[in-house]
Design a protein around this ligand. Sequence first.
Ligand code: TYM
Length: 333
Amino acid sequence: MIGDKKVVYSAVQPTGVITLGNYLGALKNWVKLSEEYLSIFSIADLHALTVRQVPAEYRERALSFYAQYIACGLDPEKSIMYFQSHVHEHAELAWILNCFTYIGELSRMTQFKDKSAKHQDNINAGLLDYPVLMAADILLYQADYVPVGVDQKQHLELTRDIAIRFNNAYSPTFTVPEPYIGQAGSKIFSLQDPTKKMSKSDPDANATISIIDSADLIMKKFKRAVTDSDSFVSYDEEKKPGVSNLLTILSCITGKSIDTLVNEFEGKGYADFKQTVGECVCEELKPVREKYNELINNKDYLYSLIKQGAESAHFIAQKTLRKVYKKVGLTQI
Ligand code: TYM
């Protein structure tokens, strides 16, 4: 809460590509919520340093992600949109919160376990500490709601625990945030292995849809999407994960219930079904791609927005950090 306004906060790490999963699980909800609340969205560029990045590519990608935020319908005049690394309070609050977080809590995080298994040659301290920086992001802005996909729920629970622990140790300082997890779309699965989530950094390009993929490419990827050996459309996450995932995608985009869609496809085979899903996704993403192409060629404009976003974010962040420093007993000058 800031003043009398409820606050929405969220972020994406600039790794890989922004996928249809990120779009349906997070960004589409951000756009909806930004119409109602004071909304703050960042590019989590400090977080993504937990894995090695090629500097020049990384810089380009972060800018591209920022343009994609706007292309998805976020309005930088209405929402605060900035880069995490431009607001130094994130790293500073993370340090303080580290002293209120237990190693046991961090080592139990599913994402830490998964990422450690995946990057065995680089299990750095940042990977373990990642959720504390995320808590700092959220708590700096006194966020009420955090729209994320289900994979981030555990991090959100930890953020709440840290906030409550700090508030109890001193006096109410942080708003305790609620996760906002949209019903459909909170977990979109890979098109090639529908038991795994659609991941931004999947090395198999056929497994993910980038929100700026061309229409041809989107259609090809849906045609190749893994289904099963049946030939009827129905929803069953266990027995028919591929078809169920496609139904979820179609339901998110059309707003129709899964039952309605299953009825519509009665008597039709997978080829028709995949064609329809592909066409709907193409139609949904066409304006995103067009707006993106326009923006990415106007770098001066993008940088001016990024600067303005950093200033607005910093204004809020420094207020919270000052309060925290005072509460923990750091000398004020
Ligand atoms: P990230 O960058 O992995 O993903 C960004 C958002 O997309 C959601 N998401 C999905 N939703 C549905 N289906 C999928 N297959 C799918 N894949 C990803 C994620 O849940 C997320 O909402 N740690 C965060 C970034 C972050 C953050 C924060 C989020 C940093 N600071 C503060 C909220 C608040 C992350 O890695 O998300």
